[in-house]
Write a protein that binds this ligand. Sequence first.
Ligand code: G4P
Length: 532
Amino acid sequence: MKFKDEVNHRKTFAIISHPDAGKTTLTEKFLLFGGAIQTAGAVKSNKIKKTAASDFMEIERQRGISVATSVMSFEYKDLLINLLDTPGHKDFAEDTYRTLTAVDSVILVVDSVNGVEEQTKRLTEVCRMRDTPIIVFVNKMDLEGRDPFDLLDELEEHLKINVRPLSWPINKGKTFKGVYNLHGKSLNLFEANKTKVADEVMSFKDLNDAKLDELIGNDADQLREDVELIEGVYEPLDKEAYLKGQVAPVFFGSAVNNFGVQELLDTFVELAPTPLPRPSNKGLIDPYHNKFSGFIFKIHANLDPNHRDRIAFLRVCSGEFERNKFFHHTRLDKQIRFNNPYSFLAREKSVIEHAYPGDVIGLYDTGNFKIGDTLTEGEDFTFQGIPSFSPEIFREVINKDPMKSKQLDKGVRQLTDEGVAQLFIQQPGSKKIIGTVGELQFEVIKYRLNEEYGASCELQPKAFHKACWITTTDEEQLQEFLRLKATEVAFDKDDNPVFLAPSAWMLQMAEQNYPALTFHSTSEFKTKATAD
Ligand code: G4P
């Protein structure tokens, strides 16, 4: 296949949802369609969300499993689909955010009973930051959920995105009869069945066809009314607007019953973008650019403590990746080659010779990589827009064993390079403050520092409200702020100043008193600064 066809042959996406909305179930159905798995239940293992917060061994076990499910590649309709897994547990939200930098579109699963939930909002916000195209799947229509029109309004209101239903449910819960495909003008009647593979659809070019009344009885008139209303209220789907992340097509179905899933997948392969350009400090890098480039968006530690190597996940952004060829690590200004890069086709880890834009490959790493690193074929640029988010929980690392301070330093650096948490250094005394978005990370950090680095520490709670990166063009005002607020200022790993705001009110006051300073809640400002 020619290089250009290789690029056009790929679609890389993630399924995102609030925990329990049905992401795992939908993933599994997709894999069944793609022939990547043969039996239902095969994906169920990545249920870290259901484990107790302090169950370290379970966390460790899950870490191992989730390497295998990090990327699930399968072929469907002559396309190579790369489905990137995102952790369900909210404490691992940062991992999810970063994974979203490596995809070109997402499918958002919403529970028809619970509607838009907290994680749904946060995840969509992240998608909106980079205008990632979104398709919505309203799941669990077999349950007594919310009214579909109300759900559409809720989606628009909370996700701040326009929606366009492409299918429409006929009733819900016990009386759920199926969905009408507004785009294909066909009817798909519901049957509760967890094992069937394909949906059988009936074409209905004219909704006034009396056969519709025979099939769904009194619900036929309601459907006619609903469809008329939808066609009157919602503009036809504008594909360009979808690709710009401005309008989200919506489907209704039931993942566990494999109902409405094929429709969703078929529309996804038709609409979703092929690999998109990625922002760098030297402008957009086009996937068709003939020189290889990619970035690291996730790092996984090895499960076996005797092997300190890690697996770095790289998204190929342009050109062709080749095994055993030297590539340029731009941060370290170093040439590196990889003997055993692997891919994840059909959920099997296998060594690959080549990879193309849109692919995600696993690279064995002995400590060269940190999240956000760029590899190129000799060119000198750095990918941008792999953000850190303002952490909300803070602990100071207190060394409990002075003989092991080197190990502790190394451990903290490496774990934060992996993106487990963020490290801030505060003066005087180079105090290490770790910030996370969830409590679970502290358990992981303590456990891993001990197991992998032989270091023991105490993590002392710090009552900060939020860490905000500071930028300004007024150097004098910045220096004054840094001096007066020394106890609430720290520096991140790249030496950017950060305000550890003690409360929301103090943050507001700082904004008022120092008008020349900008306080950012994500490190994304770095990208913006270059784009300007
Ligand atoms: P998640 O990955 O988003 O966290 O959700 P997951 O797929 O694990 O689904 C959460 C629960 O919702 C599961 O039930 C799953 O079976 C159920 N579910 C998924 N899709 C549907 C649907 O269309 N209708 C109904 N009624 N339920 C659905 P569980 O009891 O937590 O697990 P399990 O014992 O069924 O595996």
